[in-house]
Design a protein around this ligand. Structure first.
Ligand code: FAD
Length: 238
Protein backbone atom coordinates (compact mmCIF):
# COMPACT_ATOMS: atom_id res chain seq x y z
CA UNK A 1 0.00 0.00 0.00
CA UNK A 2 1.25 3.52 -0.82
CA UNK A 3 0.11 6.51 1.26
CA UNK A 4 0.51 10.08 0.03
CA UNK A 5 1.42 11.71 3.35
CA UNK A 6 0.72 15.17 1.92
CA UNK A 7 -3.00 14.29 1.95
CA UNK A 8 -3.12 13.11 5.59
CA UNK A 9 -4.75 16.11 7.31
CA UNK A 10 -3.81 14.98 10.86
CA UNK A 11 -0.11 15.41 10.04
CA UNK A 12 -0.57 19.08 9.14
CA UNK A 13 -1.81 20.29 12.53
CA UNK A 14 0.03 21.64 15.58
CA UNK A 15 -0.98 22.18 19.21
CA UNK A 16 0.37 23.43 22.51
CA UNK A 17 -0.17 22.44 26.14
CA UNK A 18 1.39 23.69 29.37
CA UNK A 19 4.74 22.00 28.80
CA UNK A 20 5.13 21.12 25.12
CA UNK A 21 4.48 22.19 21.55
CA UNK A 22 3.52 19.37 19.21
CA UNK A 23 4.09 19.95 15.50
CA UNK A 24 2.72 17.53 12.91
CA UNK A 25 5.34 16.18 10.50
CA UNK A 26 3.39 17.60 7.55
CA UNK A 27 3.52 21.20 8.77
CA UNK A 28 5.39 23.26 6.14
CA UNK A 29 8.17 25.75 6.91
CA UNK A 30 5.83 28.56 5.76
CA UNK A 31 3.58 27.85 8.77
CA UNK A 32 6.53 27.75 11.20
CA UNK A 33 8.35 30.90 10.10
CA UNK A 34 5.56 33.23 11.30
CA UNK A 35 2.50 33.35 13.54
CA UNK A 36 2.06 31.57 16.88
CA UNK A 37 4.70 28.86 16.32
CA UNK A 38 7.28 31.57 15.63
CA UNK A 39 6.44 33.27 18.93
CA UNK A 40 6.81 30.02 20.89
CA UNK A 41 9.83 28.70 18.98
CA UNK A 42 11.78 31.69 17.61
CA UNK A 43 14.86 29.66 16.63
CA UNK A 44 12.75 27.15 14.70
CA UNK A 45 11.14 30.09 12.89
CA UNK A 46 14.56 31.61 12.10
CA UNK A 47 15.80 28.27 10.76
CA UNK A 48 12.65 27.81 8.66
CA UNK A 49 13.06 31.27 7.11
CA UNK A 50 16.50 30.24 5.81
CA UNK A 51 15.27 27.15 3.94
CA UNK A 52 15.35 27.49 0.13
CA UNK A 53 12.87 29.92 -1.41
CA UNK A 54 9.24 30.79 -0.56
CA UNK A 55 8.13 28.05 -2.97
CA UNK A 56 10.25 25.41 -1.16
CA UNK A 57 9.02 26.64 2.22
CA UNK A 58 5.40 26.43 1.08
CA UNK A 59 5.64 22.70 0.34
CA UNK A 60 8.71 21.45 2.29
CA UNK A 61 7.87 20.09 5.74
CA UNK A 62 9.61 19.62 9.06
CA UNK A 63 8.91 15.87 8.72
CA UNK A 64 10.74 15.94 5.38
CA UNK A 65 13.75 17.62 7.01
CA UNK A 66 13.82 14.84 9.65
CA UNK A 67 13.20 12.14 7.03
CA UNK A 68 16.11 13.38 4.91
CA UNK A 69 18.32 13.80 8.00
CA UNK A 70 21.01 15.76 6.16
CA UNK A 71 23.70 17.15 8.48
CA UNK A 72 22.88 20.51 6.85
CA UNK A 73 19.10 20.25 7.47
CA UNK A 74 18.18 23.65 8.89
CA UNK A 75 15.61 22.67 11.51
CA UNK A 76 17.69 19.83 12.95
CA UNK A 77 20.15 21.84 15.13
CA UNK A 78 17.12 23.59 16.61
CA UNK A 79 15.37 20.32 17.42
CA UNK A 80 18.61 19.04 18.98
CA UNK A 81 19.24 22.16 21.10
CA UNK A 82 15.64 22.04 22.33
CA UNK A 83 15.76 18.29 23.16
CA UNK A 84 12.81 17.44 20.89
CA UNK A 85 11.13 14.04 20.74
CA UNK A 86 10.21 12.38 17.43
CA UNK A 87 6.96 10.38 17.36
CA UNK A 88 6.87 7.39 15.02
CA UNK A 89 3.97 5.17 14.04
CA UNK A 90 3.63 1.91 12.11
CA UNK A 91 0.47 -0.02 11.34
CA UNK A 92 0.66 -1.81 14.70
CA UNK A 93 2.68 0.33 17.07
CA UNK A 94 3.78 3.78 18.17
CA UNK A 95 7.03 4.89 19.76
CA UNK A 96 8.87 8.01 20.83
CA UNK A 97 12.55 8.57 20.09
CA UNK A 98 14.71 11.36 21.48
CA UNK A 99 16.05 13.54 18.65
CA UNK A 100 19.55 12.61 19.85
CA UNK A 101 18.86 8.91 19.16
CA UNK A 102 16.88 9.59 15.98
CA UNK A 103 19.71 11.18 13.96
CA UNK A 104 22.27 8.44 13.26
CA UNK A 105 24.55 9.77 10.51
CA UNK A 106 24.68 11.32 7.05
CA UNK A 107 21.08 10.98 5.82
CA UNK A 108 20.50 8.09 8.23
CA UNK A 109 17.92 8.02 10.98
CA UNK A 110 16.28 5.56 13.39
CA UNK A 111 12.96 5.34 11.49
CA UNK A 112 12.10 1.75 10.53
CA UNK A 113 10.91 1.13 6.97
CA UNK A 114 7.33 0.49 8.12
CA UNK A 115 7.11 3.66 10.22
CA UNK A 116 6.14 7.26 9.49
CA UNK A 117 7.05 10.32 11.52
CA UNK A 118 3.73 11.60 12.88
CA UNK A 119 4.89 14.57 14.90
CA UNK A 120 7.63 16.22 16.91
CA UNK A 121 7.18 17.47 20.46
CA UNK A 122 9.34 20.25 21.87
CA UNK A 123 9.50 21.41 25.51
CA UNK A 124 8.44 25.03 26.05
CA UNK A 125 11.20 27.21 27.50
CA UNK A 126 11.30 30.96 28.06
CA UNK A 127 14.96 31.97 27.50
CA UNK A 128 16.74 33.20 24.39
CA UNK A 129 16.71 30.85 21.37
CA UNK A 130 18.63 31.68 18.21
CA UNK A 131 19.65 30.03 14.94
CA UNK A 132 22.37 31.22 12.59
CA UNK A 133 23.86 29.80 9.42
CA UNK A 134 26.75 30.48 7.07
CA UNK A 135 26.47 29.71 3.37
CA UNK A 136 27.97 30.84 0.09
CA UNK A 137 25.06 33.25 -0.51
CA UNK A 138 22.54 35.05 1.68
CA UNK A 139 19.52 33.13 0.35
CA UNK A 140 18.65 29.82 -1.36
CA UNK A 141 21.66 28.18 0.19
CA UNK A 142 22.53 24.95 1.97
CA UNK A 143 24.50 25.53 5.19
CA UNK A 144 28.27 25.44 5.26
CA UNK A 145 27.95 25.66 9.04
CA UNK A 146 24.96 26.32 11.28
CA UNK A 147 24.17 26.48 14.97
CA UNK A 148 21.28 26.83 17.36
CA UNK A 149 21.75 28.13 20.90
CA UNK A 150 19.00 27.85 23.51
CA UNK A 151 19.25 29.41 26.96
CA UNK A 152 16.95 28.13 29.69
CA UNK A 153 17.23 30.34 32.81
CA UNK A 154 14.98 27.99 34.85
CA UNK A 155 17.29 25.01 34.40
CA UNK A 156 20.38 27.28 34.31
CA UNK A 157 21.50 25.75 31.03
CA UNK A 158 22.71 26.76 27.60
CA UNK A 159 22.40 24.17 24.84
CA UNK A 160 24.21 24.51 21.52
CA UNK A 161 23.77 22.21 18.53
CA UNK A 162 25.89 22.34 15.37
CA UNK A 163 24.88 21.63 11.77
CA UNK A 164 26.97 20.77 8.68
CA UNK A 165 30.16 20.23 10.70
CA UNK A 166 29.89 16.47 11.25
CA UNK A 167 28.12 13.38 9.89
CA UNK A 168 25.01 14.49 11.76
CA UNK A 169 24.00 17.26 14.18
CA UNK A 170 26.47 17.59 17.08
CA UNK A 171 25.56 18.82 20.56
CA UNK A 172 28.66 20.59 21.93
CA UNK A 173 28.14 19.17 25.42
CA UNK A 174 31.64 19.84 26.72
CA UNK A 175 31.39 23.53 25.81
CA UNK A 176 27.91 23.62 27.40
CA UNK A 177 29.30 22.15 30.64
CA UNK A 178 32.26 24.56 30.59
CA UNK A 179 29.92 27.54 30.20
CA UNK A 180 27.71 26.42 33.08
CA UNK A 181 30.68 26.76 35.44
CA UNK A 182 31.96 30.05 33.96
CA UNK A 183 28.79 32.16 33.51
CA UNK A 184 25.66 32.90 35.51
CA UNK A 185 23.14 30.91 33.49
CA UNK A 186 20.25 31.93 35.75
CA UNK A 187 20.60 35.39 34.23
CA UNK A 188 22.83 35.86 31.20
CA UNK A 189 23.37 39.59 30.71
CA UNK A 190 25.59 42.21 29.13
CA UNK A 191 28.06 41.83 32.02
CA UNK A 192 29.16 38.45 30.67
CA UNK A 193 32.88 38.75 29.91
CA UNK A 194 33.99 38.92 26.27
CA UNK A 195 36.73 36.46 27.20
CA UNK A 196 34.08 33.94 28.35
CA UNK A 197 32.19 34.36 25.07
CA UNK A 198 35.40 33.95 23.07
CA UNK A 199 36.48 30.86 24.99
CA UNK A 200 32.99 29.33 24.57
CA UNK A 201 33.31 29.75 20.78
CA UNK A 202 36.77 28.19 20.81
CA UNK A 203 35.51 25.19 22.79
CA UNK A 204 32.47 24.72 20.54
CA UNK A 205 34.76 24.65 17.47
CA UNK A 206 36.86 21.91 19.12
CA UNK A 207 33.78 19.66 19.19
CA UNK A 208 33.03 20.11 15.46
CA UNK A 209 34.10 17.28 13.12
CA UNK A 210 33.87 18.94 9.69
CA UNK A 211 35.01 17.60 6.35
CA UNK A 212 36.22 19.37 3.22
CA UNK A 213 33.76 19.04 0.34
CA UNK A 214 32.43 20.99 -2.66
CA UNK A 215 30.81 23.59 -0.34
CA UNK A 216 33.73 24.44 1.95
CA UNK A 217 36.93 23.36 3.63
CA UNK A 218 37.05 21.70 7.03
CA UNK A 219 39.22 24.57 8.34
CA UNK A 220 36.75 27.26 7.27
CA UNK A 221 33.83 25.29 8.76
CA UNK A 222 35.66 24.96 12.09
CA UNK A 223 36.38 28.69 12.13
CA UNK A 224 32.82 29.59 11.11
CA UNK A 225 31.17 27.41 13.76
CA UNK A 226 33.24 29.07 16.50
CA UNK A 227 32.19 32.52 15.24
CA UNK A 228 28.51 31.46 15.08
CA UNK A 229 28.69 30.15 18.66
CA UNK A 230 30.19 33.43 19.91
CA UNK A 231 27.59 35.52 18.07
CA UNK A 232 24.68 33.48 19.39
CA UNK A 233 25.96 33.61 22.97
CA UNK A 234 26.49 37.37 22.65
CA UNK A 235 22.89 37.77 21.47
CA UNK A 236 21.69 35.64 24.40
CA UNK A 237 23.57 38.02 26.73
CA UNK A 238 21.91 41.09 25.23
C1 FAD B 1 15.70 23.89 -4.29
C2 FAD B 1 15.77 23.27 -2.92
C3 FAD B 1 16.34 23.99 -1.87
C4 FAD B 1 16.41 23.44 -0.59
N1 FAD B 1 16.96 24.20 0.41
C5 FAD B 1 17.04 23.67 1.66
C6 FAD B 1 17.60 24.45 2.72
O1 FAD B 1 18.00 25.61 2.55
N2 FAD B 1 17.64 23.88 3.95
C7 FAD B 1 17.17 22.61 4.19
O2 FAD B 1 17.23 22.14 5.34
N3 FAD B 1 16.65 21.84 3.19
C8 FAD B 1 16.59 22.34 1.94
N4 FAD B 1 16.04 21.60 0.92
C9 FAD B 1 15.66 20.21 1.19
C10 FAD B 1 14.16 19.98 1.45
O3 FAD B 1 13.37 21.03 1.06
C11 FAD B 1 13.89 19.74 2.90
O4 FAD B 1 14.61 18.67 3.42
C12 FAD B 1 12.38 19.54 3.14
O5 FAD B 1 12.17 19.53 4.51
C13 FAD B 1 11.78 18.33 2.49
O6 FAD B 1 10.42 18.28 2.89
P1 FAD B 1 9.30 17.48 2.05
O7 FAD B 1 8.05 17.54 2.87
O8 FAD B 1 9.26 17.99 0.65
O9 FAD B 1 9.90 16.02 2.12
P2 FAD B 1 10.14 14.98 0.92
O10 FAD B 1 11.14 15.54 -0.03
O11 FAD B 1 8.83 14.55 0.39
O12 FAD B 1 10.79 13.79 1.75
C14 FAD B 1 12.12 13.82 2.16
C15 FAD B 1 12.45 12.47 2.83
O13 FAD B 1 11.77 12.39 4.06
C16 FAD B 1 10.87 11.28 4.06
N5 FAD B 1 9.65 11.75 4.76
C17 FAD B 1 8.97 12.89 4.52
N6 FAD B 1 7.94 13.01 5.40
C18 FAD B 1 7.97 11.91 6.19
C19 FAD B 1 7.17 11.42 7.26
N7 FAD B 1 6.12 12.09 7.74
N8 FAD B 1 7.49 10.23 7.83
C20 FAD B 1 8.56 9.52 7.38
N9 FAD B 1 9.36 9.91 6.36
C21 FAD B 1 9.07 11.10 5.76
C22 FAD B 1 10.63 10.94 2.59
O14 FAD B 1 10.31 9.58 2.44
C23 FAD B 1 11.99 11.25 1.99
O15 FAD B 1 12.90 10.22 2.25
C24 FAD B 1 15.93 22.14 -0.36
C25 FAD B 1 15.35 21.42 -1.42
C26 FAD B 1 15.27 21.97 -2.66
C27 FAD B 1 14.62 21.17 -3.78
Amino acid sequence: MIIALRHVKELTTWSVNETHIRIGSGVPYAAIEKGDIAVLLPALAQASRTVGSPQIRAVGTIGGNLGTCSPAGDTLPVLSALDATVHLQSQNSQREVSIHDFMLGVKRNARAVNEIITDISIPIANGYQGYSKVGVRNAMVISVASACLAHNPSSRSVHIALGAVGPTIIRAREAEAWLSSHANLAQLDANTDDSTIHEFGRRVALEARPITDHRSTADYRKHAIGVLAQRLLKRACQ
